[in-house]
Write a protein that binds this ligand. Structure first.
Ligand code: NAI
Length: 316
């Protein structure tokens, strides 16, 4: 398997590449691309870790050599938030980057699974879908917006200093909707048991929605979430790999096209297979507070989707 990371020299790209070097199956190939000149150095550095994963760094303006023959492409390329910014503020910087990189994917590895990390994910996945459609290689099963960080945070927030053992089983809490502000809807009702009153449920949802901004503020201008994000991307990538190698019953949440009546793109639980999404799974039944949160955010999510689609259509 060949895994390409585009944006590999960045705040997410570097720890993600380290984790991939440590955890990819023996014999895998890791291709690291970033226009930053240090990228080859990142690859040389990682190559000194004694695991049976081949690492190569690529820089310059053209990612084609990194993408040639890739099975999975992870894209954490682009600008990250600073304090005071919303994810949507990144659109004008990152849409062009994603469009360009996905055009290269369409040419060099049209059958690859593509996982987009770049924000705003809610708009970037529609951008990528339009680009792939124009190139005639779009298959909704193979394009993902990465929302695993929201799942990881929801799991972490179940535990506390007083109750570190309260971590739920991995994957039990789905996070649906999208990946920005109020579009992030963790479904804690899937845990079962006592949830507290409506205000307590709303507060748990709000904490997950706010978590990215908490990291941005705490880093005080030095970037957004990178380390937990790298962990989340590793977890998602390993699931894609296991499913691609024929393992059954692999379920993750991801922002994908199709499977939801109220928005063309929606983050939901998907069963993964050899070709990407094998089945979109229902997340019903849920608590009325969770349903109200979904209903309230749908107009905004649809607007972000429309922005991504229009961006590509206006240029082409
Ligand atoms: P960063 O600024 O540290 O790194 C971005 C990297 O992208 C840089 O090394 C830069 O050289 C590279 N880059 C720029 N243009 C490129 C191009 N055309 N091709 C390839 N690489 C290019 O940013 P960081 O912290 O790594 O974040 C990256 C993105 O991930 C941001 O948009 C951020 O908002 C997003 N993000 C997404 C999360 C999610 O849950 N999906 C969570 C956290 C961040």
């Amino acid at each position: 398997m060949k895994i390409a990371v585009l944006g590999a020299a960045g705040g997410i790209g570097q720890p993600l590449s380290l984790l991939l070097k440590m955890h990819l199956p023996a014999g895998s190939e890791l291709a690291l691309y970033d226009p930053a000149p240090m990228t080859r150095g990142v690859a040389v550095d990682l190559s000194h870790i004694p695991t049976a994963v081949r690492v190569k760094g690529y820089t310059g303006r053209d990612p084609d050599a990194a993408l040639e023959g890739a099975d999975i492409v992870l894209i954490p390329a682009g600008i990250a938030r600073k304090p005071g910014m919303e994810r949507s503020d990144l659109f004008k910087f990152n849409a062009g980057i994603v469009m360009d990189l996905v055009q290269h994917c369409a040419r060099c590895c049209p059958a690859a699974l593509i996982a987009l990390i770049t924000n705003p994910v809610n708009s970037m996945v529609p951008v990528a879908a339009e680009v792939l459609k124009l190139a005639g290689v779009y298959d909704a099963r193979r394009l993902f917006g990465l929302t695993t960080l929201d799942v990881v945070r929801s799991e972490s927030f179940c535990a506390s200093d007083e109750r570190p053992e309260a971590l739920p089983v991995q994957g039990v809490i789905p996070v649906v909707g999208g990946h920005s502000g109020n579009t992030i809807i963790p479904l804690f009702s899937h845990l079962g048991g006592e949830l507290g009153d409506d205000a307590a449920i709303a507060e748990r949802i709000r904490r997950v929605q706010q978590a990215g901004t908490d990291v941005v503020d705490a880093k005080a201008g030095a970037g957004s979430a990178t380390l937990a994000m790298a962990y989340a991307a590793l977890r998602f990538c390993l699931s894609l790999l296991r499913a691609r190698q024929g393992e059954l019953g692999i379920i993750e949440c991801a922002y994908v096209e199709g499977g939801h009546a109220a928005a063309p793109f929606f983050s939901q639980r998907v069963r993964l297979g050899v070709d990407g999404v094998a089945e979109v799974l229902s997340y019903a039944p849920i608590h009325p507070v969770e349903q109200a949160a979904i209903d309230a955010m749908l107009p905004g999510l649809n607007e972000e989707i429309r922005q991504g689609i229009d961006f590509v259509r206006q240029l082409m």
